[in-house]
Design a binder for this molecule. Structure first.
Ligand SMILES: Cc1ncc(COP(=O)(O)O)c(C=O)c1O
Length: 303
């Protein structure tokens, strides 16, 4: 990855190469961290961060789940995120992290100091421009989405992402672009880093927040956009069979934005090309994030 200028680390900016932790950092050994991912979009006034407050609220909630003693408030972190964009110039993605550092061995996280960082990068298209335009092939993973009895699946906790990494690797090795993850009940949960929507008989469905998903901010935005466009939008259990036989399927996420799914487990979705509603929502989302749709202006924080 091409380094950017500065990383915000515990309240000050340090050079990319100086943002280091010890090999015994608790998070490195036991996964005790949380993170966020945000996008910055160009618009007519310069640049804006999409749903900054909502992302940093989820970040603070993740810290609460992990019982971190956070040294910064949500407001201070929002300001630090904006400053990280200003300092680094041409960036399109931000990754705030809070994790346990320290230099000792042992599972007990109590008293281990929290390190907070904000890194800005140039990501471009996460799954690749062609996939975002032409559609993704996804494959059902043998790895199940962690459920709430075993892990805080609704928070962006570092350790939980081992399952997502394994699922993604499995999918890619099988020639797919992304993994479809089922939950403990065998229903569709989400992808390795994206939520999933299906269109069936003119109605949109997405798994419920209790179906072991991360409650995505893009998911929430698309639900609102779809309803405002007049679609019936239902949060419900989605079976694998319903996904196979859907008219359209798409994924949502900060990194992947809105990406059509054209194939699941070698079965074409609809006609095997991105669907009309998916295209409509992709365009509507693009208009919102680039500030062309005044109705959603308060989702943008100008830098
Ligand atoms: C597991 C998982 N699901 C869904 C999403 C999509 O969430 P959001 O739209 O908030 O980026 C992400 C990305 O953060 C994720 O990691």
């Amino acid at each position: 990855m091409k380094p950017t200028e500065k990383i915000w680390m515990n309240g000050e900016f340090v050079a990319w190469k100086d943002a280091q932790v010890h090999v015994l950092a608790h998070a490195l050994n036991y996964g005790t961290g949380i993170f966020e991912g945000l996008r910055v979009y160009p618009n007519s006034d310069g640049k804006a961060i999409f749903r900054l407050k909502d992302h940093m609220k989820r970040f603070m909630e993740g810290a609460k789940v992990m019982a971190f003693d956070m040294p910064y408030s949500q407001e201070e972190l929002c300001e630090a995120v904006k400053e990280t964009v200003r300092v680094n110039g041409e960036v399109d993605y931000l990754k705030p992290c809070a994790f346990l550092g320290g230099e000792w061995v042992g599972l007990n996280p109590i008293g281990v100091p929290v390190t907070v960082t904000i890194t800005a990068i140039h990501m471009g298209s996460y799954l690749g421009k062609e996939i975002q335009e032409q559609g993704a092939k996804i494959a059902t993973s043998s790895w199940k989405r962690p459920w709430n009895m075993a892990a805080p699946a609704g928070a962006k906790v570092n350790g939980i992402y081992v399952t997502s990494c394994l699922a993604k690797m499995e999918a890619v090795k099988q020639g797919a672009n992304e993994a479809l993850m089922l939950n403990a009940q065998g229903n569709v949960a989400e992808c390795s880093g994206e939520n999933i929507f299906i269109l069936k008989r003119g109605k949109l469905y997405t798994p419920k927040t209790t179906d072991s998903i991360l409650e995505g901010i893009t998911r929430n935005s698309i639900m609102q956009l779809a309803r405002d466009m007049g679609y019936e939008m239902i949060e419900s259990e989605v079976s694998r069979l319903e996904a196979y036989t859907a008219d359209e399927v798409f994924m949502t996420g900060t990194a992947a934005e809105i990406t059509p799914v054209t194939m699941i487990d070698h079965r074409p979705i609809g006609d095997g090309v991105p669907g009309k509603v998916t295209r409509q929502l992709q365009q509507a989302f693009h208009d919102v994030v680039t500030g062309r749709d005044e109705r959603y202006a308060d989702w943008l924080d100008h830098v």
